[in-house]
Design a protein around this ligand. Structure first.
Ligand SMILES: O=C(O)CCC(=O)N[C@@H](C(=O)O)c1ccccc1
Length: 372
């Protein structure tokens, strides 16, 4: 397919409630969307980078800049050298640029969406989905008090979410977990996410979570401390899951081999795209490591692609693939709505969803057309 140009579009979406994690509180999302126009179709990509580099080194202004100055020219060079621009070729064409995986993922996603729409094939079919609906877990932020947390958890369980993930940090960990277990019982699927907030010195403290039968503890240590996670895993009964540390199939292989994790949270943006996400899935399955699909407060565009990914056979744990209403009053696409604790995997060509023009225009803060 021949690329004609790319639109960079920034939208601002207010969150239905502040979302507090160990690295900060978010009240709105400033999102970069890419619209790729080819001879045959157009495709949408969503960059999951946040406004500030607090989750990882990427941030949305840098993503827009690296697309404009380095990633798009790399695609132009590839196209001018006669190489067809399929999604499979995008990763290779962008490889000389170091890092910026969320920006690369958004670009690959848009090219893949255009390619699949032209072929009339869904993301689910392309990626290898084996189910048509996926179980929805929900991520619950840090609250000001345990009663407020319990109200939030009760609300999500009433909505039908099949798994609860609690954000934790030093000073907000054992007590909220114990309170959730006491109020909602031992059968609720429950896990925690530290977003790198602890150190190895906290091992004995984190072992106090072992009696609560958690599915996993996610990314307790800093992203580069793979060996530390291997040591911590030996000190805990709760399975260790990695998020920020896993940026590629190569780092996933190393983490698994070093015993740093027994579960992996796959986020396509963090690893450079949906094709690399599938490689990590395949690798994890080969090693008997469970994977689940993480979330970055995506709009319905990223949510559609995540639901397709979460339908692959190795995604044996419920992911953070929540309904649109978890974060947004109005989604940029038709909203994803929980049905008996599950989301339907889109079946249409490409993402199977597209922005609603009037909503998109209302949310747009900036748009920029880059011709090739
Ligand atoms: O369901 C969702 O989309 C959010 C899930 C979630 O908690 N995401 C966290 C995370 O650390 O995984 C996050 C949110 C925003 C930005 C970075 C990270």
């Amino acid at each position: 397919t021949k690329l004609q140009g790319i639109e960079l579009r920034r939208i601002t979406m207010p969150l239905v409630a502040p979302f507090r994690t160990s690295f900060g509180t978010q009240r709105e999302r400033d999102i970069l969307l890419l619209r790729v126009v080819t001879d045959d179709a157009e495709g949408w990509g969503e960059c999951v980078a946040m406004t500030e580099p607090l989750y990882s080194a990427e941030y949305v202004d840098a993503a827009a800049d690296v697309v404009r100055r380095f990633l798009l020219p790399a695609l132009v060079r590839r196209q001018e050298s006669g190489g067809g621009l399929t999604a499979n070729a995008v990763g290779h064409a962008l490889a000389p640029v170091k890092g910026h995986r969320m920006a690369k993922a958004a670009l690959e996603m848009a090219v893949l969406d255009a390619e699949l729409r032209a072929l009339g094939r869904s993301f689910a079919t392309e990626l290898g989905a084996v189910v048509d609906r996926v179980p929805s877990g929900v991520s619950v932020g840090i609250h000001d008090s345990v009663p407020e947390l319990l109200d939030a958890v009760g609300g999500y369980l009433d909505e039908g979410y099949v798994r609860i993930k609690l954000k934790i940090e030093p000073g907000w960990d054992v007590e909220p977990v114990r309170a959730v277990r006491e109020r909602f019982g031992d059968d609720v699927l429950l896990q925690v996410d530290a977003n790198t907030a602890y150190t190895l010195a906290d091992a004995r403290h984190l072992a106090q979570l072992d009696p609560f039968d958690l599915l996993l503890i996610e990314q307790p240590l800093e992203e580069e401390d793979v060996l530390g996670h291997a040591q911590l895993a030996r000190a805990l009964r709760t399975p260790v899951c990695l998020d920020e540390s896993i940026v590629s199939a190569q780092t996933a292989a190393a983490a698994i081999t070093l015993g740093a994790c027994s579960v992996i949270n796959i986020k396509p943006g963090r690893v450079g795209g949906y094709l690399e996400a599938r490689r990590i899935h395949d690798l994890a399955v080969a090693h008997g490591v469970a994977v689940w699909c993480g979330g970055m407060l995506e709009t319905g565009l990223g949510r559609a692609a995540n639901a397709a990914l979460a339908a692959l056979p190795g995604f044996t744990l419920p992911g953070d693939v929540s309904g649109s209403g978890r974060f947004y009053r109005t989604d940029v696409t038709e909203p994803f709505v929980l049905d008996d604790g599950h989301l339907a995997v889109p079946t249409g060509p490409g993402l199977g969803v597209a922005p609603l023009p009037e909503v998109l225009d209302e949310l747009t803060t900036r748009t920029e057309w880059l011709p090739l």
